[in-house]
Design a protein around this ligand. Structure first.
Ligand SMILES: *Cc1c(COP(=O)(O)O)cnc(C)c1O
Length: 362
């Protein structure tokens, strides 16, 4: 059986260092906002090439705290891609703001910059882009639109640790980069964790307070904050794994290269472009008979996933939130299939997947 993912095997190369790190955390006696968190924040800011980093409890919290820092008024609209993972949209809804969906480009799966300006009106204050599947968005065009229309820019980098556009890492283009370290992400913890990057000192001070009850001095509360702190133990693990993030991304890119060069053209493969350094959090193909293809692979002992089966505007939780049609998003959700591409997969595993796939008679 070729599994889609196996988190135990994925983390096995780090077990020894994790155990050392855990022992150090345990015996230090300092469990919240200590040296491990500060150290990881510095290292991760350095890795991304941003001035500041603030560790938080999850990717969703990173998005909520980033958005909250702008203190937008009630009728504010925030632009977001229609095919994102629901978390991006939830952050907007949780703050009582209005998410406005923009369709993706069918070739990149990322928000289509040519469709953003149509959705901007007097209530629009921000754009949240999502570097989906590990490919950066067209950040030059999006930055221009945001500057021209005086909009804040938040990047959802939950799937794009280390991905670049024209040589610049995601998480450094906008006001904020929001990261998740959920265990399956390219930089994954052993539980929930997240972080926010920024180059703006004032915003940095604000989000640092927001994650900690709105406080920077004990028992003095300046803002209506949250309890959303990156855990000392997870920060220790993340420092261990961050040293290997480039190696993890390189391995995934090698596996992706096999898929890209050897899979038949019956399958729609992700687009490649010299301006983008993709990190393949997910390697997706598209096929009109996606469900039959998935069953066929399972019969041949190959497990796959679907990212995602239901578009946000069709989720029950979003009843009444959106108007309009999102045909591109629906097409992607109907046809996309994610193939095995974990750090623990061997080249031979991928060759086997390719061999089986190329025999599919759809
Ligand atoms: C995983 C993910 C999130 C949420 O991260 P959590 O750490 O699970 O809260 C947000 N956005 C995208 C695009 C994601 O893939």
């Amino acid at each position: 059986m070729i599994e889609y993912e196996n988190l135990g095997k994925l983390n096995e190369p780090f077990f020894e260092e994790y155990e050392k790190s855990f022992h150090q955390s345990l015996t230090s006696g300092w469990y919240i906002l200590g040296n491990n968190v500060r150290k990881f924040e510095d290292e991760f800011a350095g890795y991304c090439g941003s001035k500041y980093c603030v560790g938080v409890a999850s990717g969703l919290d990173a998005l909520i705290i980033a958005l909250k820092s702008f203190n937008f008024e009630k009728d504010t609209e925030v632009i977001v891609p229609s095919n994102t993972y629901i978390a991006t949209i939830l952050s907007i809804v949780h703050l009582g703001l209005k998410p406005i969906l923009v369709e993706p480009n069918i070739n990149t799966y990322n928000i289509d910059p040519t469709k953003i300006e149509d959705k901007i009106n007097k209530n629009t204050r921000a754009v949240m882009v999502v570097h989906l599947y590990g490919k950066a968005c067209e950040m030059d065009k999006i930055n221009d639109i945001c500057k021209k229309n005086n909009l804040k820019l938040i990047e959802d980098c939950a799937q794009s640790h280390g991905a670049t556009f024209k040589g610049q890492k995601t998480g450094t283009f906008g006001d904020f980069g929001c990261f998740s370290f959920y265990p399956t992400k390219n930089l994954g913890a052993i539980g929930d964790a997240g972080a926010i990057t920024t180059n703006n000192e004032n915003l940095f001070e604000t989000i640092k307070k927001l994650r900690n009850y709105g406080s920077s001095v004990k028992y003095v509360n300046d803002l209506v904050g949250y309890n959303s702190r990156l855990d000392e133990v997870q920060a220790g693990f993340l420092s261990v794994k961050l040293k290997k993030l480039d190696e993890i991304n390189k391995h995934k890119r090698t596996l992706a290269d096999f898929y890209l060069s050897k899979l038949k053209d019956d399958f729609i493969k992700p687009q490649m472009d010299k301006d983008y350094f993709d990190v393949y959090h997910i390697f997706n193909i598209r096929h009109p008979k996606r469900d039959a293809l998935r069953n066929y692979l399972l019969e041949n002992n190959i497990k796959t996933e679907i990212h995602y089966p239901i578009p946000p505007h069709q989720q029950k939780a979003m009843d009444g939130v959106f108007k309009g049609n999102y045909p591109i998003s629906e097409e992607i959700h109907k046809t996309t299939l994610s193939l095995p591409i974990s750090f623990y997969h061997k080249e031979a595993d991928i060759h086997q997947v390719i061999e089986v796939l190329n025999k599919f008679k759809g």
